[in-house]
Design a protein. Structure first.
Length: 382
């Protein structure tokens, strides 16, 4: 191929890329302009949304990345009314969709599940109806899902348990029914879960309570539903709303200490499992549905089915120690050496009055050695 042909090919390729970018930009502008046409805009906040421009990056309330692709739409409390169009699912690079505090009606488009880069979806304080789409569970990067104070019906999708980066899930003050999915307990990043003011039934899954005990989930609000308490055979009490006093409670870690019994050793160990990353699945046998943990691998019990030994040296574990470990009152041997444990050594380990050996070396622990360990008279190796 001659130099002239190579130059022509290069120019053609460059032109193709430019055309592809232009089509992408125009497509996003077309989507947003169509959404504008579906909305009533009494405050003229969308006046700058001019479809004759090459792309929407100069429009107010729209933010683009360096490739002139839309990554934010900020229209919170803008006085808008009308419905959301399914074409919004075509904004493939969108990270933030902020439409809270308006008077939006209709349902949440299932196509929003196509927004694979979405980090925050804020549709709260509107007049939205219909069900929460199952498709939202496919947005793997989603960290904030706030749909509260609408008129949403149906059940909470189990698929939301797939949102492994979710920090806040706020579905309160809707008309949701059915049970709370146990799958939500698999979201280890979850910090706030607000489900109050719905028509939910059943009990709060113990999987969620383990998240609290692991120190991740700092607030659960399930007040104003039709939940009931339940007691597992091994004594773990799940929280519910079955009295006038309980109906007003916002569950926090402090409140949970009075509502949840973590006296059972299985509950303590399972909560510790939830706080750890276990890439080698050495804790796979730690099944919370069993009456006691004596059949779990790496756990040894005495004749009274009380845990006396936890053997997890060189197990590839990472994460922190939970304070509830101090509740293993008969524990004699705790081997956790040669892992990737972080955080501090819990002061509560001083409550292990029968401990003989505590092995925590070759980790990444920080802080000071708790003075409480000096009170363990049986301790021979530290």
């Amino acid at each position: 191929m001659g130099a002239h042909s190579e130059a022509a090919a290069a120019a053609l390729f460059t032109g193709f890329l430019a055309f592809a970018m232009l089509v992408s930009c125009n497509t996003e502008g077309d989507i947003l302009y169509k959404q504008r046409q579906e909305l009533k805009d009494i405050n003229n906040v969308l006046q700058s949304w001019d479809p004759t421009l090459v792309n929407p990056c100069t429009w107010f309330h729209v933010t683009c990345n360096n490739d002139n692709s839309v990554i934010r739409v900020d229209l919170g409390s803008a006085g808008l009314s009308g419905s959301l169009i399914p074409e919004l699912g075509g904004l493939r690079n969108l990270q933030y969709l902020e439409l809270y505090g308006n008077k939006l009606t209709g349902s949440i488009p299932t196509t929003l599940g196509n927004l694979s880069n979405l980090v925050s979806l804020d549709l709260y304080n509107n007049l939205l109806t219909g069900a929460i789409p199952n498709s939202l569970g496919a947005i793997s990067k989603l960290r904030f899902l706030r749909l509260h104070d609408n008129n949403l019906t149906g059940t909470i999708p189990k698929s939301l348990g797939n949102l492994k980066n979710l920090v806040r899930l706020e579905l309160q003050m809707n008309s949701l029914s059915g049970t709370i999915p146990a799958s939500l307990g698999g979201i280890k990043t979850l910090e706030f879960l607000r489900l109050n003011g719905n028509s939910l039934t059943g009990t709060v899954p113990t999987e969620l309570l383990y998240l609290v005990l692991a120190g991740n989930l700092t607030e659960i609000n399930v007040a104003g539903n039709n939940l009931k308490g339940t007691v597992r055979s091994n004594g773990f009490r799940a929280m519910g709303v079955h009295s006038a006093a309980a109906a007003a409670v916002v569950f926090t870690v402090l409140a949970l200490s009075t509502l949840v019994s973590c006296n059972t050793e299985g509950d303590i160990l399972y909560a510790q499992r939830q706080a750890w990353k276990d890439p080698e699945n050495v804790l796979e046998s730690w099944d919370p549905t069993l009456v006691n943990p004596c059949t779990w691998f790496h756990v040894t019990c005495n004749l009274n089915n009380s845990v006396v030994r936890v053997d997890l040296g060189s197990a590839g574990l990472s994460g922190s120690l939970i304070p509830q470990l101090g509740g293993l009152s008969n524990l004699q041997y705790l081997w956790l050496q040669k892992n990737n444990l972080t955080g501090t050594i819990q002061e509560s380990l001083g409550n292990l009055k029968n401990l003989v050996i505590l092995e925590l070396q070759n980790n990444s622990l920080s802080g000071t050695i708790p003075a409480s360990l000096g009170g363990i008279k049986t301790l021979k190796f530290l």
